[in-house]
Design a protein around this ligand. Structure first.
Ligand SMILES: NC(=O)c1ccc[n+]([C@@H]2O[C@H](COP(=O)([O-])OP(=O)(O)OC[C@H]3O[C@@H](n4cnc5c(N)ncnc54)[C@H](OP(=O)(O)O)[C@@H]3O)[C@@H](O)[C@H]2O)c1
Length: 339
């Protein structure tokens, strides 16, 4: 199969196309033909040598967690998702090969039916970011009467967090640059703070919770966020590990703080699918790149101003919908007829 790989950690230029053997599905895993692969900051961090790079067991490594595609092989006959079904979900690179490739194997616990309302390209932008947003917003108990501040509300995780928090009835305040203000209002934010002109900590007090997608990576955003929380309020931080003194600072400020790490949970994805299909929540695709242009896609992501998601086009959806034959079985058949 065609795959975009790295042979060592480094810059975006390390990403290159190669041919790899098909991944082998074992146990409860499905083999899925990937139509589109979403890109997430963790992919770029791992490529650069941080992120999940410590788990790299050998090269070449196929990066990518998010996929949308077609089931080629199901784990057993009565499994609800069968060959030919359109699915999406989240893989676990680098423990197993990732989604920047024509095929991926994925645990049955991490794959769900693709929302019918969106294309594979759109669906590939949903899993990791939307499940993270769901987890953070529910951990922070978004509900009517709650005032929730969402930093980076226009990014991959943030644009889902704004919509979920609003859906759960919270009063949503989002931060973004001038260019993102209108987008954030369209997503449903009740208030938008333009971080390029306004210090959010000069404007806000008694916030119940902060969805912190920045931490102290930019402009002490995390530390400044602790000052806007009500006593006992909660900050939920996603760029975990980048703000080592978070707990001590939160305790000193009389508030609570926690990291969050997203599990690849198909039950959550099913709930998100329902909201996508009934039009309550939408995914915004900022840019689409061909698999071969993965380096350019990583550069775009690392620019830090993605509006929603960046997605890689891996293969042709129409071709996949028609041709769902199992390539391993086809290869075995050819070997048999040759024997
Ligand atoms: N722990 C986990 O399980 C987990 C899961 C997912 C993500 N994460 C982490 O969470 C972070 C966000 O991920 P993501 O996918 O949402 O990233 P992303 O899509 O790359 O975020 C880009 C967004 O950040 C906004 N932004 C940049 N600087 C900002 C600032 N100073 N204040 C407010 N907004 C700012 C940009 O808005 P403008 O263009 O308007 O500036 C842009 O829309 C990353 O560090 C990622 O690794 C962790």
């Amino acid at each position: 199969m065609r795959a975009l790989v790295i042979d060592r950690t480094g810059g975006p230029e390390e990403l290159h196309l190669t041919d790899l053997p098909l991944p082998v599905a074992v146990s409860d895993e499905l083999l899925v033909r990937v139509v589109a692969a979403g890109i997430n900051p963790i992919d770029a961090k791992t490529r650069a040598g941080s992120g999940a790079a410590a788990a790299i067991g050998g090269y070449p490594v196929v990066l990518g967690n998010d996929f949308s595609g077609i089931v080629v092989r199901a784990p057993y006959d009565t499994f609800p998702l069968q060959p030919g079904d359109a699915v999406y979900g989240m893989a676990r690179t680098p423990r197993i090969a990732g989604t920047y490739a024509e095929y991926v194997t994925v645990s049955s616990l991490s794959v769900a039916k693709k929302p019918a309302a969106v294309s594979h390209t759109e669906a590939a932008g949903i899993p990791l970011a939307a499940m993270t947003a769901w987890g953070m917003v529910t951990l922070a108990q978004a509900a009517p009467g709650q005032r929730m501040l969402v930093h980076a509300g226009s990014g991959g995780v943030g644009h889902f967090a704004v919509q979920f928090a609003r859906h759960f009835g919270a009063h949503v305040i989002a931060t973004g640059s001038t260019a993102s203000v209108e987008f954030l209002h369209r997503l449903g934010a009740h208030e938008v703070i333009d971080y390029s002109t306004t210090r959010f900590d000069a404007e806000l007090r008694d916030i119940d919770s902060v969805i912190d997608l920045i931490g102290n990576v930019h402009d002490q955003t995390g530390t400044r966020s602790l000052t806007v929380l009500r006593p006992g309020g909660l900050l939920v931080n996603a760029p975990t590990g980048s703000w080592p003194s978070m707990q001590q600072e939160a305790a000193a400020a009389g508030v609570r703080a926690t990291g969050y790490k997203v599990p690849a949970d198909a039950r959550v994805l099913d709930a998100i699918t329902a909201l996508i299909d009934n039009g309550t929540v939408r995914v915004n695709i900022d840019q689409v790149f061909d698999l071969a242009d993965g380096a350019a896609a990583h550069r775009a992501l690392e620019g830090g101003h993605t509006r929603g998601k960046i997605v890689l086009r891996v293969s042709d959806a129409e071709q996949d919908a028609a041709g769902t034959s199992d390539p391993e079985a086809a290869a075995a058949g050819q070997a048999e007829s040759a024997a």
